[in-house]
Design a protein around this ligand. Structure first.
Ligand SMILES: [Fe+2]
Length: 398
């Protein structure tokens, strides 16, 4: 685990004083369970669909070294307070700007997972900042990834050439095998939460990364702005003439950009309905073509808790990552209370009972969730249970 972290910290070519400052800052931030870095992940292997058989002869001998099996780690419930962690983003951006680094971000480390760069055994979370003028190289990889926009406006992600402007509350997908890049042409920094199924792909020995040839990219005509929304953003209506597969991966949503304003208005329009006793008013983000989860591995949702609303306890075989987009409240996980407010991020590990409470008696709260339930459903291992008002345990439909 230590090797995994060390390989991402800082580029050794950085000036020694910058390296030293990053080391110092990282030590200071360690009690917050975050890991500061300025380097993107190095490719672990070549893309399988590039080149011939030579990859079979280039596997280093040490890849076959027999190692003792790793201990079994279980994710713990944990909440990262935004007010604690956000200052480190600005410090990284100051010390090691993107001009000579790959990333300005920190990764969240679940304290139950032995220092691994993951918040559950399937999910990695980073929080990134891109300052005005930043332009990160375009690349693609096997892990699915998403951006949940936490700053108000400014910045963008490109997905297969489609420019997705980043506004607060937006969910931008970069499915496996799509070319994607990030940048900021605006006046204010953009800050977002990156979520990836990286640890899962890592365990499946399925990670590769490819950098795009900048000369080739400059000459390639990308789709126009809002391409995916124009084609797939009207519920229940999809064109029959457009290829739905984006990139070289399979099974992902062709709609890349779910806009925060649409998400909020959809939730608010439903707020007068009864909803679910376990989730309040919850919507799933789906592949508009077939209604499946946006990724084969991870499902995304948003939920609105009405003023003072308290949900009933529920537990699942899946783990869920939450980010508070609006409001204040708490989630009780395995009997312990985790208070959240704007931009706080927290983990409800698999198998643990949890219930949500909106503490505000006069305002809604909105949580975004990411769950590995789709993966468990495909494996035949998803189960969900709830407690009724009288305390009986009931099986809930997946
Ligand atoms: Fe990426």
């Amino acid at each position: 685990m230590a090797t995994e972290r060390a390989s991402t910290l800082a580029d050794p070519s950085l000036p020694p004083e910058v390296l030293a400052e990053m080391e110092r800052l990282n030590e200071e931030a360690a009690p917050l369970h975050i890991w500061l870095r300025t380097r993107a992940n190095a490719p672990q292997k070549s893309p399988w669909h590039r080149g011939g058989d030579e990859s079979a002869t280039t596997i280093p001998a040490e890849a076959y070294t027999v190692r003792p099996p790793p201990p079994i780690y279980r994710p713990a419930p944990y909440l990262w307070k935004w007010t604690d962690i956000e200052p480190y983003l600005h410090q990284i951006a100051e010390i090691a700007p993107l001009e000579f680094t790959d990333r300005q971000q920190f990764l969240l480390l679940n304290p139950g997972l032995g220092g691994a760069l993951r918040v559950t055994n399937t999910i990695r979370v980073a929080v990134s900042i891109y300052k005005p003028g930043d332009d990160a190289p375009t690349h693609m990889h096997t892990p699915n990834a998403s951006r949940t926009i936490l700053s108000n406006a400014g910045g963008y992600t490109t997905v297969d050439g489609e420019i997705c402007d980043a506004n607060r509350g937006d969910l931008i997908l970069t499915p496996n095998g799509t070319w994607h890049g990030h940048g900021n042409d605006d006046a204010d920094p953009v800050i977002w939460m990156d979520v990836l199924d990286w640890p899962l792909m890592e365990q499946l020995d399925c990670i590769w990364i490819e950098e795009e040839d900048p000369a080739k990219a400059a000459n390639a005509a990308g789709p126009s702005k809002a391409f995916s929304k124009r084609h797939f953003g009207s519920g229940g209506m999809v064109p029959s003439f457009t290829p739905t597969n984006r990139g070289v991966g399979e099974g992902s949503s062709p709609l890349m950009h779910y806009q925060g304003t649409d998400i909020r208005s959809t939730l608010e329009d439903l707020a007068g309905e009864e909803g679910s006793p376990y989730e309040g008013i919850q919507i799933d983000f789906t592949n508009p073509v077939d209604g499946s989860p946006v990724f084969t591995t991870l499902g995304y949702n948003a939920q609105l808790l009405r003023p003072g609303e308290q949900t009933l306890p529920c537990r699942q075989t899946a783990s869920t990552l939450y980010c508070c987009i609006e409001g204040r409240g708490y989630t009780e996980i395995a009997g312990q209370r985790y208070d959240w407010e704007k931009n706080d991020i927290f983990i409800v590990p698999n198998h643990l009972w949890r219930r949500h409470v909106n503490l505000d008696e006069s305002a809604n709260a909105i949580l975004y969730g990411v769950t590995d339930a789709p993966l468990l459903q495909k494996l035949g291992h998803f189960r969900s249970q709830g407690r009724t008002q009288s305390g009986d345990v009931v099986e809930l439909a997946g």
